[in-house]
Write a protein that binds this ligand. Structure first.
Ligand code: PSV
Ligand code: MN
Length: 388
């Protein structure tokens, strides 16, 4: 048995949730680019997401964003997804595109606005009950641009009150996952800027509240894997939003900017038991494909996560422990790097073929002609986009 054969069963547990918004058009504040075949409806987004799963076996769930993906009948939407071989996953709320939230939502000092934002989350919980989704993910754009603009203490107090009102409405099997981000759109003070703030809030809420770690939401140079391991140690890492970045919250393909960082993160996830089915750590993508084709962009993304996970599983942890205990600095580093530099691509192709999947999903998807078909079929209507 090769080393890879030994880790292959653990790889079977890998499941990566894809975001509905990755299939819509996106861009920057300068331009949102259109593309032939872009979905007009959530049903078309789900159909595209199902392609990612059928080519890789890695992406069984699709996250929704409300109200972007709002429909009249969520039970019917779940059945539609199931017929295509996927399930509906995390529900993402949106309190950043309504005029009333210009100066804040869950942190607003204006009670009418705050109540509106709380009610939006309660509505999301109802949707989750219909879709069978476990997680309500909250990312807030709330914050200030100028010193003195907001009462920083009031914002934390108000946020705690709002989160409590939402938390108290969670069903038995539902969870609240709070995401942090250090800046943007607020440029001076973001109300949930870091994992410490998110952790303090979810700790106060209770056992159904967790932190979401978006890999693009840290200052340059931050040791993200150390945050991962701290949150796992505290039992409060609820989910990842995977993507990669060179400068800010770039939302590029995970593993594209810094594959070594993704490997280091997966080493901590594997070591902390995060791949176990009952770990409670959801691996999600939060990406936008501004200029590349979206479905292949998503396929590339889940393959990158799988590749770095395989390397993390191959890490010889016994040898690493021995080197560490001997204070063998370079020896430990070599063991760590040996797994990272192991080429697992042929083994992963074999893993896929053994499971009835294409050995090379990128080539198989291109050959399927799906992109040409949707370009021909999806004419008229309004293409979905990351926006209102
Ligand atoms: C905005 O920064 C953002 O990318 C957050 O990371 C959310 O998770 C995502 O949008 C969807 O609301
Ligand atoms: Mn995110």
């Amino acid at each position: 048995m090769t080393d890879f054969d030994q880790v292959a069963p653990a790889l079977d547990a890998l499941a990566i949730e894809v975001p509905s918004w990755a299939y819509g058009n996106s861009g920057t504040r300068f331009r949102v680019w259109g593309a032939a075949g872009t979905p007009r409806t959530i049903e078309e987004k789900i159909a595209d997401a199902a392609q990612v799963h059928s080519h890789t076996g890695l992406a069984p769930k699709v996250a929704l964003h409300i109200p972007w993906d709002a429909v009249d009948d969520y039970t019917a939407l779940s059945s539609y997804a199931a017929d295509l071989g996927v399930a509906l996953g995390t529900v993402n709320s949106n309190t950043f595109q309504n005029e009333s939230y210009k100066f804040g939502s869950l942190t607003s000092a204006d009670e009418r606005v705050r109540k509106q934002a709380v009610q939006h989350h309660v509505d999301c919980l109802e949707i989750m009950t219909a879709t069978g989704s476990r997680d309500l993910k909250i990312w807030l754009a709330d914050g200030a641009n100028y010193p003195g603009q907001n009462d920083l203490r009031q914002r934390q107090d108000t946020l705690a009150t709002s989160l409590r009102e939402i938390y108290d409405q969670l069903g038995d099997d539902q969870r609240l996952v709070l995401e942090y981000k250090f800046f943007e759109p607020a440029f001076y003070a973001t109300d949930v800027p870091d994992w410490g703030t998110a952790y303090a809030h979810v700790l106060a809420l209770g056992e159904k509240a967790f932190v979401c770690l978006d890999t693009g939401h840290h200052a340059p140079g931050t040791n993200i894997e150390q945050i991962v391991t701290s949150l796992m140690r505290l039992g409060k890492l609820g989910s990842f939003d995977f993507n990669s970045r060179f400068y800010a919250d770039d939302d590029l393909i995970v593993g594209a900017a810094d594959p070594f960082q993704l490997y280091r993160i997966m080493v901590e996830v594997v070591g902390g038991g995060g791949l176990a089915p009952d770990s409670g750590v959801a691996l999600m993508l939060d990406q936008c494909h501004n200029i590349e084709d979206k479905i292949p962009g998503q396929i590339r993304s889940v393959l990158n996560v799988q590749e770095m996970t395989a390397k993390a599983l191959l890490l010889d942890r016994d040898a690493l422990t021995r080197a560490r205990l001997a204070n063998d600095v370079l020896g430990a580093n070599q063991v760590f790097m040996d797994a990272f530099t192991t080429d697992v691509r042929a083994d992963l192709a074999g893993w896929r073929e053994n499971r009835g999947l294409p050995g090379d999903p990128m080539t198989a998807f291109t050959a399927s002609g799906y992109l040409d078909r949707i370009a021909a079929d999806r004419v008229g209507g309004t293409q979905a986009g990351w926006g209102p």
